[in-house]
Design a protein around this ligand. Structure first.
Ligand SMILES: Nc1ncnc2c1ncn2[C@@H]1O[C@H](COP(=O)(O)OP(=O)(O)OP(=O)(O)O)[C@@H](O)[C@H]1O
Ligand SMILES: [Mg+2]
Length: 465
């Protein structure tokens, strides 16, 4: 009954009894089944086409070609690389299991079998295999180069298309541009795009991150100084406006500019002249692009920002709405990041399962595009097989919005190496799951969407009591 089939599976195990048990379980659930007694036979069957499975269930300890070697061969081959492999292990052999997961196995089951667990693993693997194939044929039609090179703005919402238009219209003019939007919405990227499309594209793009420079140094950084202007000024030094000659100056977080510096900036904007500390006025040739995540209107009302400077800056205004208000951009961005960050890995997942897609679309992204990018990068590390699944996402995305997991809020994330951040998140998730289930490991594993053995492995690996 080919039409009603759930999928097809190749069982590779040297114990005949075990193969038969699995065959029974699978055939009962209407899977088509092939068997091989060792890795070598399995590879030969795949090569000759006498077996063409969606999924391979693979024992680790076998004569001739063992499980890990077989897994390596599958993953090194362009045509088999995408077949999800479920490892069959005996309880207590976690080292090999971990090694297999590192090599890209999709999942594993432990002997003696729990029928339900076996079927669940098969169902998930077959789903991933199928979606992976569909995606492949889709991808062939859409050239990957269209999915955004580094620095290119991705998006198809009405809001972002409006932004593209504004960039196109204003870039060639020399008008000052003020870019507003929450943190992580892409303000710097837009600033760079404006520069790239302007007549000054061949000139420098000089970025000044206002809050990052100590107030005492900000003016000498921006406007330069003359020898002897202050202790330690042993020679003349040009400021950023001068070094941007023929190009653009990007003043990031301009809302944080001290009031004294605001006055000097205003003069520079009006006269296109900078006054170096301790002396000369020097004509400068620059185009100003400014950005802020704060409301300049409110800062003006509070007396923290000069109104005259505000009007000077607010000539062309480009506002980037938060990602949650332009959800049509979520999937194109996620796909673009998946491609961009997975590019150098031949075994990187090439898409998202339906559930994962749903979660991506439903989430609010307090850290905006930067947070989405981090989520995709993290999932790329955790994912097995051809598609990213819901289990590869952090808890806030998977439906819980507990504020405690601050590692995954916007910019803070980037302060730690990825591996370390992922581990600490894993630790946190497991602790919470255990606490919620009063220490019941079976329930906690279910809550986390992993099987119990993996939970035990993780507990040991992460040193959780
Ligand atoms: N439309 C987009 N297409 C592709 N990548 C984007 C887009 N918007 C933002 N990004 C990416 O998201 C990250 C954050 O963007 P960016 O640094 O420009 O944000 P920002 O608004 O300047 O944030 P902050 O206010 O925190 O400085 C960057 O890695 C950027 O490449
Ligand atoms: Mg920025």
């Amino acid at each position: 009954m080919l039409s009603s089939q759930s999928g097809s599976i190749l069982i590779v195990d040297d114990e005949r009894h075990l193969r038969e048990t699995l065959r029974e379980i699978f055939e009962e659930a209407s899977y088509q089944v092939w068997e091989a007694g060792d890795g070598q036979t399995a590879i030969e069957q795949l090569q000759s086409g006498s077996a063409s499975p969606d999924v391979v269930f693979l024992d680790l300890k076998m004569p001739r070609l063992d499980g890990l070697a077989t897994l390596r061969m599958l993953h090194d081959s362009a045509s088999w690389r995408t077949i999800p492999v479920v490892i069959i292990t005996s309880f207590g052999t976690s080292d090999n299991t971990i090694e297999a997961m590192k090599l890209g196995a999709f999942d594993y089951i432990t002997k003696p079998f729990n029928e339900e667990e076996v079927i669940r693993a098969a169902r998930r693997a077959v789903e991933v295999a199928r979606l992976g194939r569909e995606l492949d044929s889709l991808r062939d039609q859409v050239s990957r180069s269209r999915l955004g090179a580094e620095g290119e703005l991705i998006g198809q919402s009405a809001a972002i298309r409006e932004v593209f238009k504004l960039i196109g219209k204003t870039a060639p003019a020399d008008a000052t541009v003020l870019i507003t939007g929450e943190s992580g919405t892409g303000k710097e990227l837009v600033a760079r795009a404006i520069h790239r499309h302007s007549l000054r594209a061949d000139g420098p793009f000089v970025a000044v991150n206002c809050p990052a420079i100590p107030e005492s140094l900000l003016e000498s950084e921006m406007f330069g100084y003359e020898r002897g202007a202050f202790t330690g000024a042993v020679r003349d030094q040009m400021g950023r406006f001068e070094s941007a000659a023929g190009g653009s100056v990007f003043l990031d977080e301009i809302g944080d500019l001290p009031v004294g510096t605001q006055a000097k900036l205003l003069r520079t904007l009006q006269d296109h002249v900078v006054e170096r500390l301790g002396g000369r006025s020097i004509p400068v040739d620059f185009r100003l692009i400014a950005a802020t995540n704060r409301s300049l209107e409110q800062l003006v009302a509070e007396g923290c920002f000069r109104e005259d400077l505000y009007y000077r800056l607010n000539v062309v205004r480009i506002h980037l709405p938060p990602l949650r208000e332009r959800r049509a951009d979520i999937l194109p961005l996620a796909e673009g990041f998946l491609w961009r960050h997975g590019q150098e890995r031949s075994d990187a997942p090439r898409g998202f399962t339906e559930e994962a897609t749903r979660l991506l679309l439903a989430y609010d992204y307090p850290g905006n595009v930067r947070e989405l990018e981090n989520i995709v990068q993290r999932a790329l590390v955790l994912a097995r097989g051809a598609l990213i699944t819901a289990a590869d996402f952090p808890i806030p995305l998977a439906g819980e919005t507990e504020p405690g997991i601050s590692q995954f809020r916007g910019a803070e994330l980037l302060t730690r190496p990825l591996g370390e951040a992922v581990q600490s998140l894993e630790r946190e998730m497991i602790r919470r799951a255990l606490a919620r289930c009063q220490g019941n490991k079976a329930e906690a594993a279910r809550l986390l969407g992993i099987n119990r053995q993996l939970l035990y492995t993780k507990l040991k690996e992460l040193g959780i009591e």
